[in-house]
Design a protein around this ligand. Structure first.
Ligand SMILES: [Zn+2]
Ligand SMILES: [Zn+2]
Length: 310
């Protein structure tokens, strides 16, 4: 099998496009695709300093590598940002990979912990939360992780943070919002939404790349990454949606690209119609979709409990 681009020896067949690619052309195609996504959605400005959220898994370490390669062309600089949620026996290995990758690429690395920012680790918070089961561990942790990344970005002096969400993550979230009846959240998914007055813009440079291609890129690049998933991971419906989309893709190569196109179309129309107004949290003053933000609501419940038992 010959590479469709250079005629060399292909190792990967991209079913949705019919191309066969050699390692070098595949690698270059991932970097080029990322560059186009960034430019199409105006994610990063020329010469801008960019925070990269690095958990230490394959997606985020690949993102760090790709942005490092694009950095030279863009003339900006990077800072890797990691959040230590405080999960005993799990987080340390991932943080080690994040730190080693940053050192090897010569990128500044900043680590913030839940403990230092909020006063409790995820282990402590979930001890309490087990009694109130209405929120899943992941959505619970996600609320705090987003805030932690904002705070870390402010500390590092960056106004934009890139996260490693890939095409699969993006369309799963789109479908989950529909399945949960959370249509109002669609506006928040607009790739250029974050320009609406937020202190820290969020961008997803991998949002047009299949998860399996990011995994292949990570193996090709040879970076060590953490493959064990979080012990608290419980994704429920997301796993079913992921399996369903993978089955569809198997039978109809390219259908995930079609879903992404439709999602972006719906989201941009919705975001335009809704406008970009949002409230401010009455407790912390940060932007929020409700009068008291999710972080402040969860934090006060946790603190009550921690004080009560401790
Ligand atoms: Zn080639
Ligand atoms: Zn708040």
């Amino acid at each position: 099998m010959d590479c469709s681009k250079c005629g060399g020896r292909a190792f990967y067949a991209r079913r949705y496009s019919g191309e066969s690619l050699c390692p070098r052309c595949f690698d270059e195609s991932i970097v080029e695709k990322t560059r186009r996504t960034i430019s199409k959605h105006g994610m990063i400005r020329r010469g801008e300093r960019v925070g990269v959220a690095v958990s230490g898994g394959k997606d985020s370490l690949s993102l760090l590598h790709v942005l490092h390669r694009l950095e030279a062309r863009n003339g900006g600089s990077l800072v890797a940002i990691s959040v230590d949620e405080g999960v005993a026996g799990y987080r340390d290995e991932a943080l080690k990979h994040a730190a080693e990758a940053s050192v090897s690429l010569g990128i500044e690395h900043s680590v913030v912990s839940y403990k230092e920012l909020f006063g409790f680790s995820l282990d402590q918070a979930l001890d309490w939360k087990d009694e109130e089961r209405e929120v899943s561990s992941c959505s619970f942790c996600g609320v705090f992780r987003r805030r932690a990344i904002d705070l870390a970005a402010e500390r590092a002096g960056v106004s934009v943070v890139a996260t490693a969400h890939n095409l699969d993550d993006y369309i799963q979230t789109f479908m989950l919002n529909l399945l949960h009846g959370d249509v109002a959240r669609l506006g928040w998914m607009d790739p250029s939404y974050a320009d609406g007055g937020f202190a820290v813009r969020r961008v997803k440079p991998f949002m047009e790349i299949y998860e399996e291609e990011i995994a292949l890129f990570a193996y090709q690049t040879g970076v060590p990454f953490q493959s064990v998933s979080c012990p608290y991971m419980h994704e429920g419906l997301r796993t079913e949606v992921r399996d369903y989309l993978n089955r569809l893709e198997g039978a109809h190569p390219g259908i995930k690209n079609v879903v992404l196109g439709s999602a972006l179309d719906v989201i941009s129309r919705y975001a335009r119609a809704e406008g970009k107004a949002s409230l401010r949290c009455s407790e912390c003053g940060r932007q929020s979709s409700s009068p008291v933000c999710g972080v402040c609501r969860m934090k006060s419940s946790i603190k009550q409990h921690v004080n009560y038992t401790g």
